[in-house]
Design a protein around this ligand. Structure first.
Ligand SMILES: [Fe+2]
Length: 307
């Protein structure tokens, strides 16, 4: 998601700052870096910014015949656009309007009691991630480290596919299925793992209802499929399983998933180091705060004050 200048009222807009974003971000899990531009009004010295609907990474007919241009135009041009526009209206003038999209998603999730902007923020994030999860001529089988981890964590690539398809098909109503990288044994968002180990780090398939994004569970998203009916009805009517099969066999960009895995592992390792550093600092701080113990040598007390 690109956030871009929205209210340029001067002839001299200033582009500013890079905000960490998707999946393994400067918050907890952003996978990418999102460039956020702002426009500074020279007169009032106020900064305003809005999220911008990012164009798809390929032409809208590039996924035909597996995904029609009509579906793409309807899905991206109407639904995705509406999420972004509605989000911008909801956050305008609030403390959220200078944050990265990742942070807006995490903050508005509000520990499971979502604030009004959550659905639009998460849907904006999810759809951009979804478009980038596909490519013309996609599908097939991954390779390298991604394939090795799938074989380790699911038993085989085919078993992963079976599990992913099942999650997508059985998500009741609207929602998403995901392949995620899980680096924390604790299934609680933002929980600190006191004893991290290699066994914590694995690929897992999850599904989520409506707009929910696994970032809120402290997972690193690697792949997603949109199973809202608007994603497939024009091409497949209500045959969701057929849409899921085509997605897996002909559309998935394993290149994108592999790249996300690489970033996820790097960010998870950075985070582990950072958490260990903080723990050490806290331990040292606690030690320094303690009153020094009185020490008596050979049973002779310090009697200087009695002199
Ligand atoms: Fe959608």
């Amino acid at each position: 998601m690109v956030a871009a200048a929205a209210t340029a009222t001067t002839a001299n807009p200033l582009t500013c700052s890079l905000f960490p974003s998707q999946g393994l971000r400067g918050t907890t899990s952003g996978l990418q870096w999102t460039k956020r531009q702002c426009t500074r009004k020279a007169s009032a010295l106020t900064v305003t910014a809005k999220f911008e609907l990012k164009p798809p990474p390929y032409p809208m007919n590039a996924l035909e015949p597996q995904m029609s241009k009509d579906t793409f135009e309807y899905h991206w041009g109407k639904h995705h656009r509406a999420y972004v526009n509605n989000l911008n209206k909801q956050i305008e003038g609030t403390e959220l309007d200078d944050m990265s999209l990742d942070d807006v998603v995490l903050i508005t999730y509000n520990k499971g009691d979502p604030l009004p902007a959550f659905n639009n923020a998460a849907q904006a994030w999810n759809h951009e991630f979804f478009w980038e999860s596909m490519k013309p001529g996609g599908g097939g089988k991954p390779s390298g480290e991604l394939l090795q981890l799938m074989e380790r964590d699911f038993g085989s690539f085919d078993k992963f596919v079976e599990e992913f398809k099942s999650a997508a098909a059985t998500q009741f109503g609207s929602g998403w299925a995901w392949l995620i990288y899980k680096a924390n044994r604790l299934d609680v968002g933002n929980a600190v793992n006191p004893c991290p180990s290699e066994e914590d780090k694995k690929l897992v398939v999850v599904k989520s209802p409506n707009a929910v994004n696994p970032l809120v569970w402290d997972y690193y998203p690697l792949l997603t499929i949109d199973v809202w009916e608007h994603a497939y009805y024009l091409d497949f009517q209500n045959r969701r399983p057929d849409y899921i099969s085509i997605f897996m066999e002909r559309l998935v960009s394993w290149d994108a998933v592999s790249a996300r895995l690489e970033v996820a592992r790097a960010r998870a390792a950075e985070r582990e180091i950072e958490e260990a550093r903080k723990r050490k600092e806290e331990e040292e701080g606690n030690f320094a705060d303690k009153e020094p113990a009185e020490i008596f040598i050979d049973g002779v007390a310090d009697d200087s004050e009695t002199d």
